[in-house]
Design a protein around this ligand. Structure first.
Ligand SMILES: Cc1ncc(C[n+]2csc(CCOP(=O)(O)OP(=O)(O)O)c2C)c(N)n1
Ligand SMILES: [Mg+2]
Length: 401
């Protein structure tokens, strides 16, 4: 079987598009050809240890009518275990017994064991603007890229096979070809329990659990700024619906949390919306509290107060540098919130967090909740990779923040 680099519309695809039954696609995005679908189905059928990964473009596509169901159906029909990238979280419900986890690092995270052991990775909607969920290497697992568009080929991502066309159609047509024909579908599933158990040892697990508790049911929207906590949330926040966890794993700009929370609260006033911010990130756009109050939004802003840029001090430590220029004194966030006409609550312990967040949502309006955070075992986040493999440095790996 020849490997495909290029995948444009084939003659079969053109014929198919000309048929009346495909009228819809004449006005929509191109669809994959039958020949390409057959080829990909044969590859997946032959795989000994297949793995699915849903990425950012799959998550974005999941807001198109019917597409979230197409993606979930693909998992149900193939029964292949899946991961999500950070920006792909929620594309398929993580409550599924086939969900294996989400890599928060590019290498050496809990889930990389399953990636390393796969022989074929089916990347659905990977958007390479995202920090790589794994580093592709020659001799590693082969990759099929399924997407609306070809990805730019990168040093860290060079899929050997591509299936380009409207994602929903590709998954339905592949699912038709694969259902009941994959003897090795669950070959990697035995790794699920150890991975889930290991990631639950993260020291911020309780914090993420507390947040999950108040954000249930899972169509409520959690919006993140950028800081160290993003890693914990990516690993441990169970996301069960598309676009209910909004985080930026591309440029990862600090200061985006509060404005994104404002936009989500404007668009979905009937959902709970929480902006989760580090103290550093929150203070980059704190003035937008005025906007939130003026627009009479219902928005809870949770500030993790650790008096510094923890993510940066971890990076300094990981390179053997002493801590430099990463600590600062915070204002009284409760008084600051009140000065803007918002409400404010200070929480001293994680035990008080859930009741304080519940009260903040119940009280409605704009409510800032500040919790003091000390990561006791923080260096596990960046310095000691959860798995002790040495990560090879690449340019993209520095894009952690
Ligand atoms: C606008 C911008 N400046 C700098 C960075 C680099 N950066 C990434 S995380 C981080 C520190 C975040 O601090 P904080 O919001 O307090 O979160 P913490 O890491 O302490 O949990 C910095 C400076 C960035 N991502 N965006
Ligand atoms: Mg901080």
């Amino acid at each position: 079987m020849t490997k495909q680099r290029k995948n444009t519309r084939s003659p079969e695809g053109e014929k198919r598009m000309a048929k009346g039954s495909d009228l819809l696609h004449q006005f929509g995005p191109p669809i994959a050809s039958d020949a390409d679908l057959d080829q990909m189905a044969a590859l997946i059928t032959a795989a000994k240890r297949p793995l699915l990964i849903f990425g950012a473009a799959a998550s974005r596509a999941a807001s198109r009518p019917g597409l979230a169901a197409d993606m979930a159906q693909f998992v149900i029909r193939t029964r292949i275990p899946f991961l999500t990238t950070q920006m792909g979280k929620g594309t398929v419900p993580e409550s599924s017994h086939l969900y294996m986890g989400t890599p928060a690092l590019s290498e050496g995270d809990y889930v990389h064991e399953v990636i390393d052991k796969a022989d074929l990775i089916i990347m659905i909607g990977h958007d390479t603007t995202e920090k790589p969920p794994f580093i592709m290497r020659k001799g590693g697992p082969e990759v099929i890229h399924i997407g609306d568009q070809s990805p730019p080929v990168e040093q860290v991502y060079f899929p050997q096979y591509q299936l380009i066309g409207e994602i929903g159609h590709s998954l339905q047509a592949l699912g038709d070809r694969l259902k009941g024909k994959l003897p090795n579908a669950q070959a990697l599933l035995y790794l699920r329990e150890p991975i889930l158990a290991a990631r639950a040892t993260d020291d911020s697990f309780a914090l993420v659990n507390g947040i999950s508790e108040v954000m249930t049911p899972h169509d409520n929207i959690l919006v993140l700024d950028n800081g160290e906590y993003k890693i914990s949330v990516a690993r441990n926040y169970q996301t069960n619906a598309p676009n209910t966890l909004l985080l930026d794993n591309a440029l990862a700009t600090m200061g985006a949390g509060l404005p994104s929370g404002i936009a989500a609260a404007m668009l979905y006033p009937w959902h709970r919306v929480m902006a989760l911010c580090g103290d550093g990130g929150f203070e980059m756009t704190v003035q937008e509290l005025e906007t939130a109050v003026r627009l009479k939004l219902n928005l809870v802003v949770l500030i993790l107060d650790n008096g510094g840029w923890s993510m940066i001090s971890r990076k300094q430590a990981s390179k053997g540098f002493p801590n430099f220029g990463t600590t600062f004194n915070n204002p009284d966030f409760v008084k600051l919130a009140e000065a803007y006409g918002a409400k404010g609550t200070n929480v001293e312990t994680l035990g008080e967090l859930v009741p304080a967040l519940e009260a903040a949502f119940e009280g409605r309006g704009v409510h800032v909740v500040e919790v003091a955070i000390v990561y006791s075992d923080n260096k596990r986040v960046l310095t000691d990779k959860p798995r002790s493999r040495k990560a090879k440095p690449t340019k993209r790996l520095s894009n952690l923040g």
